[in-house]
Design a protein around this ligand. Structure first.
Ligand SMILES: C[S@@+](CC[C@H](N)C(=O)[O-])C[C@H]1O[C@@H](n2cnc3c(N)ncnc32)[C@H](O)[C@@H]1O
Length: 645
């Protein structure tokens, strides 16, 4: 490292009094109804570049199995904490330390990993088919009305006819490859994955010895079902509902109602799926053209049991059946050691995507599949704050090489980092007298929900160059919940590291990421380029700050973030020619424009479990030769089109 000793900037400002939340949870989950500008910068990637040896991709890092590792909810708003991910005790799915051996065999784990991959592939294929159908209709100018079938139904039909659906055989209990808390974008996805076989009906069933038993129910809000608590629902039977176009009549003890009644007597498990309306909270998923696709999401809540059923007069004066279900078995105990309300390793389900902690950080326990071995967990308390990091891998599979997990950049000690200009606002940084707003060209870069307003990659567009976002800093007088602190308050989404096909480890979120959301920072050691260049061919974790941008040219000195030895989850994010993240330069805790923070924001609405990627090649200059030789496995249409035929 020559004369450059490394230092970090020390503890980041906490963003609220409790645990680091920049703003209340409600606002945090709120999604931008008005996000209209998402396309800018798409495909242009970020403000820097990886010097990645992509030509070696896959050969060196991929393992035989895909999707077999999960990791890391991380809070990055705490002081820098060095963590060696190799030397820490493992922790079980409930979060307790499990230093002893494994609970299930490697073969079983393998099987579950493969189940999860099948489910993921089915969902991905469904999305592709959906896009294909949509494109085909658009090119022929056919509307859903003309074709007489919705886009979803047509895509689903294609899935069925091409045999791409999984878990087709209806069964009671949990569905292979699907975990409690897993989210689905639409009813068709539930069908495609075998969670609930009916697109329209709320109750699905299987016939056993001539009798039907309920396999799953969807609480979609169309009847007057009510959630008593997270663990209990009073579910209305089917039929006679004028709200969904049926004729108003008494419900009968037939069809799904009969199936639920039989499940009551047999005490069999029923999968429970609940619909959440996204319109209340935000925009919902959008497609590549920013058209809203899904207004809701469906969450698999786990296994429930019918505890009671009865008849009563409904709102229209007709008789209706009601079923009370809870996630406890009929004797009132929490089901243990069966396919019941537990995850597949027999542990209590933990860490759904909805369970954000009060400070907005991801819950500590995220996955309970027995396919996953928690190979390392770091629970470190420093200065009263806790940083939890998990790396979970399938048994017997390759693990990520150990590195020191840090939550703040480490800067060269010899470099003086000028302090940021602070604002003196007391009542919110919205006016033009706020110096941070002025730094941002007189405009706040974030919307009230914390989503970035415009994509601001490091490119020159339409005569304008806006390469930097200035957030409020540690000495600003504004509140720690100021909207202009969106990216400094750490990771909000439950991110995982998993094995990809051909690209080694990759990162994905277990929950939906709305367009414009801050996802994570690319953190490592910030080094002058001249120190990095000799190392260039040794590894793949360099991010060149500001390449191709004004910062680079104006200031002369160039810096690179090296995340090989010290880094955060950002170091696992792969390249794509059609990325869903872009890198935004942000300054808040110092004012040195040569080395801004590299903050990764969502350039699209990103469905759960979709791999997170950014474009390594955006504005790439010096490493073009390496990148040309790469074998890119991003699988994007844009990538294939670029390849020589
Ligand atoms: C910063 S690392 C990303 C994390 C890496 N996949 C891992 O397992 O640690 C960059 C390396 O990931 C691989 N990679 C990233 N994107 C890729 C892509 N689209 N195609 C092939 N390999 C890729 C290449 O080996 C690259 O050098």
């Amino acid at each position: 490292m020559g004369d450059y000793r490394l230092r970090s900037l020390g503890k980041r400002p906490r963003v609220d009094g409790s645990g680091g939340s920049r703003e209340p949870d409600e606002r945090r989950v709120a999604r931008a109804e008005t996000a209209k500008d998402g396309g800018r910068g798409r495909g242009r990637g970020g403000g820097g570049t990886f010097k990645s040896r992509l030509n070696r991709a896959g050969a060196s890092r991929s393992t035989s199995g895909d999707g077999d590792a999960i990791a890391v909810p991380v809070r990055s708003n705490t002081r820098p904490t060095e963590v060696n991910s190799a030397n820490v005790p493992s922790v079980d799915a409930r979060g307790s330390v499990a230093r002893s051996g494994l609970r299930t065999s490697a073969a079983e784990r393998e099987e579950i990993v493969s189940d999860q991959m099948k489910v993921k592939e089915a969902v991905d294929t469904f999305h592709q088919m959906f896009e294909e159908v949509k494109r085909a209709r658009k090119s022929k100018n056919v509307s859903a009305k003309d074709s007489g079938i919705s886009l979803f139904s047509e895509a689903l039909e294609r899935m069925k006819s091409s045999n791409k659906c999984v878990n087709l055989r209806k069964s009671l209990g949990s569905v292979p490859g699907v975990e409690v808390g897993q989210e689905f974008c639409c009813r068709a996805e539930l069908v495609v994955t075998g969670v609930h076989g009916q697109v329209m009906r709320g109750i699905d069933w299987v016939v056993r010895n001539g009798k039907r038993y309920a396999t799953s129910i969807v609480e979609s809000g169309r009847y007057s079902s009510s959630m008593k608590s997270k663990d209990e629902v009073v579910y209305c039977g089917e039929g006679g509902n004028p709200v969904i176009g049926g004729s108003l009549r008494d419900q009968k003890l037939s069809g799904g109602n009969l199936a639920l009644k039989n499940s009551f007597h047999s005490k069999d498990p029923v999968r429970f799926i609940r619909r959440y309306n996204l319109t209340k909270h935000g925009s919902g998923l959008r497609d590549a053209n920013h058209e809203r696709l899904f207004k809701c999401k469906y969450v698999y809540e786990g296994i429930f049991y019918v505890h009671q059923y009865w008849k009563e007069r409904g709102p229209f004066g007709k008789l209706m059946y009601k079923f009370r279900l809870t996630n406890l078995t009929r004797d009132g105990s929490a089901p243990v050691g069966s396919t019941r309300n537990l995850t597949r390793d027999g542990s209590a389900p933990v860490g759904s995507t909805r369970n954000l902690t009060r400070d907005g950080s991801a819950p500590v326990s995220i996955s309970s599949s027995r396919a996953l071995e928690h190979v390392s967990v770091n629970d470190i308390s420093q200065g009263g704050e806790k940083v939890s990091i998990r790396v979970l891998c399938a048994v017997g599979k390759e693990r990520p090489s150990p590195f020191n997990y840090i939550v703040c950049n480490i800067y060269p000690q010899s470099i003086y980092l000028s302090p940021p200009i602070n604002c003196n606002c007391m009542e919110g940084c919205h006016s033009r007298i706020c110096s941070c707003v002025i730094n941002n060209g007189g405009e706040l870069p974030y919307k009230q929900d914390g989503h970035i307003k415009k994509f601001k990659p490091l490119v020159y567009e339409c005569g304008k160059f806006k390469p930097l976002v200035y957030e409020c800093g540690p000495s600003c007088t504004c509140s720690h919940t100021c909207v202009n602190r969106a990216s400094q308050s750490g990771i909000r989404f439950e991110l995982e590291i998993f094995q990809t096909r051909g690209k080694g480890w990759g990162v994905r979120s277990r929950s939906h990421i709305p367009l414009g959301s801050f996802v994570c920072e690319y953190i490592g050691e910030v080094l002058p380029d001249e120190l990095v260049l000799p190392e260039f061919n040794k590894h793949q974790y360099f991010f060149n700050i500001g390449v191709g941008g004004a910062i680079h040219r104006e200031n002369g000195d160039c810096f690179t973030i090296n995340a090989w030895v010290h880094g955060n989850i950002g170091r696992f994010i792969n390249h794509s020619c059609s990325p869903n993240l872009y890198a935004q330069n942000v300054l808040f805790d110092h004012n040195d424009k040569r080395m801004p923070h590299i903050m990764l924001f969502a350039s699209k609405d990103i469905p759960p479990l979709r791999e997170l990627t950014f474009d390594y090649r955006a504005s790439h200059v010096r490493c073009a030769d390496v990148l040309q030789r790469m074998k890119c496995y991003c699988n994007a249409i844009a990538c294939k089109e670029k390849r020589p035929k």
